[in-house]
Design a protein around this ligand. Sequence first.
Ligand SMILES: N[C@@H](CCC(=O)N[C@@H](CS)C(=O)NCC(=O)O)C(=O)O
Length: 207
Amino acid sequence: MLTLYRVKLSTNVERVSLALAHKGLKTESITVPYEDRTDIVKLSGQDLVPVLVDDGKVVTDSMEIVGYLEARFPGTPPLYPKDPARRAECLVFIEWFNRVWKRPPNDMESELSKPEGQRDMRRVERLGRAMQGYLDWFEQMLSGREYLLGEFSAADIAAFPFLKYATVHDADDPYLFHKILRDYQKPGTTHPRLVSWIARMDKRPRA
Ligand SMILES: N[C@@H](CCC(=O)N[C@@H](CS)C(=O)NCC(=O)O)C(=O)O
């Protein structure tokens, strides 16, 4: 029995939700309040979601969970390439996305969370330019491909919930981090493949 602990509108939860649906795994969902992580801490010893519980085994961190599902349910549709070289490329992309791509929006969130007057707006603009610039790389990755690495994979799952804000968002979304993703990722006429990929990914099922 799989149970997914989530909060509403979470990017990292959406990664797991896309993976579970792709694999056709039946899952119970428990939505916790954003401000009260008591149950999450009790369960996992840390306060971030997603948390997956698989028959009593607790797994944290979105892409760790996606990797866990791949290993645990080998008979289900795969999310990582079989070929070792292509699999390594997929893992390198995910690591880059988490450690490099995510830094500008995370740093910008810290900067914009400071009281007005103490914010370094030149730094904010610099980080914004980095985020905007990465859109060109995603556009180029999608040349002649439907998905970032060719076939649909964990690479798409890692990136989509963050890049989708370029075109898709909920008008009532209250989170500063999501506003940053929206405001500093503006696809232009030079990003048609990226826009189509977001639409294609957004049609995929979620658990
Ligand atoms: N590296 C973790 C990050 C998880 C994370 O930051 N989750 C957010 C929701 S998208 C959260 O729980 N934030 C609460 C907080 O920062 O207090 C993962 O990939 O799962």
